[in-house]
Design a protein around this ligand. Structure first.
Ligand SMILES: [Zn+2]
Length: 352
């Protein structure tokens, strides 16, 4: 690769991780204030908050559906969200990446969280995934949709294509990837790490929005923040991976531990560095892809909402019941301090 072209590609990839201009949320409307107050009530109404951490709102059958959305590179807000209010939510695991944006979309309650923070301040290795997932659970989300940028390992998964991921290979090594530890050990099943009910909704939404999307695909999660070497890229491609990113695997594992239904849409921005035509990237085209993907990603979420508004009493796949068979530490050996931190994540089973 010519040096100039290498530099151009580097700057494009850098640009790909830069924040898109964020639309101002504007002055909250009366109903926005009402939503925020309701949210505050919902997380604190059942008991007093401790040390600034709101008591969890454990969603119950019949509760209004509240959908969590984790936005990746290029997505720092959610178009179409009404009655919006940013609100800080602390957790026993530290602070999430940013405040959470509460709002309504098509009659459903949405809680949006920019994974890297507004302004893209947290690197993939430094995102507090446990706090992000705990916060979404704590405020009553049951379904969580992740929307993030990725590289592609398949010729047919061209830039602009979406992949509704259903498997992960986790190559990260600097993350906190479990809520459980000495004092309360649990082993959850991750054979099918995403929720197929959410996948169905996203597939239908993509069809309705006219977005080219592949249902199913393996996401290689690398540590980063540097992109792959070519040897790594060829290796991952030989493993049959579809896309590569830096965030989704820890998140999916934690969402599973927290009994949340989780699904991920990976939006292709480039071909990583295995592609023979990689040197011939049109800079403007790649930037257009990222911005276009961010817009399409938000449109996809909006289209998915009607499919998710009526949640079944329990997830057919059992995402919301995984802890029934996962806790292994004998009750008398459980550490109360550890249990306390699990109030949102595992409150359902630990209080049973
Ligand atoms: Zn599920």
């Amino acid at each position: 690769m010519a040096k100039a072209k290498k530099a151009a590609k580097k700057s494009v990839k850098k640009a790909a991780r830069k924040p898109a201009k964020r639309k101002p949320a504007g002055k909250p409307t009366t109903s926005a204030v009402a939503v925020a107050r309701a949210a505050a009530r919902s997380v604190s109404g059942r008991a007093k908050a401790t040390a600034g951490i709101p008591k969890p709102h454990i969603a119950r059958a019949g509760d209004a559906v509240r959908i969590g959305v984790l936005g990746g590179s290029g997505i720092y807000g959610m178009a179409g969200l009404k009655n919006t209010k940013w609100r800080k939510v602390s957790t026993p695991w530290g602070d999430p990446s940013d405040e959470l944006l509460f709002g309504t979309l098509d009659g459903a309650e949405l809680v949006f969280l920019p994974r890297h923070g507004r302004g893209h301040v947290h690197s993939p290795s430094e995102v507090n995934y446990r706090a992000n997932i705990d916060a979404l659970k704590r405020v009553g989300c049951q379904d969580v949709i992740s929307v993030s940028a990725c590289g592609s390992f398949k010729e047919q998964l061209a830039p602009g294509t979406f992949v509704i991921v259903d498997q992960f290979i986790d190559r990260t090594f600097m993350r906190q990837k479990s809520f459980f530890s000495t004092g309360m050990v649990a082993h959850v099943s991750c054979g099918h790490p995403v929720c197929s009910r959410l996948g169905d909704a996203l597939e239908a939404a993509a069809r309705e929005a006219g977005i080219i999307a592949q249902r199913g695909g393996t996401y290689l999660c690398m540590e980063g923040p540097q992109f792959s070497t070519q040897a790594e890229s060829f290796l991952y491609k030989s493993w049959g991976c579809d896309v590569i990113g830096m965030t989704n695997a820890p998140e999916a594992k934690l969402a599973r531990e927290a009994e949340l239904c989780y699904a991920s849409v990976a939006m292709v921005t480039d071909y990583d560095c295995w592609h023979p035509d990689h040197d011939h990237v049109d800079v403007a085209a790649v930037i257009r892809v990222l911005l276009g993907n961010a817009e399409k990603g938000q449109a996809l979420v909006a289209k998915a909402v009607p499919h998710l508004k009526h949640r079944p009493g329990h997830c057919p796949q059992g995402c919301d019941r995984v802890l029934d068979t996962a806790l292994i530490t004998a009750p008398e050996k459980r550490d109360p301090k550890v249990l306390k931190k699990l109030d949102a994540v595992a409150g359902r089973v630990l209080k049973a």
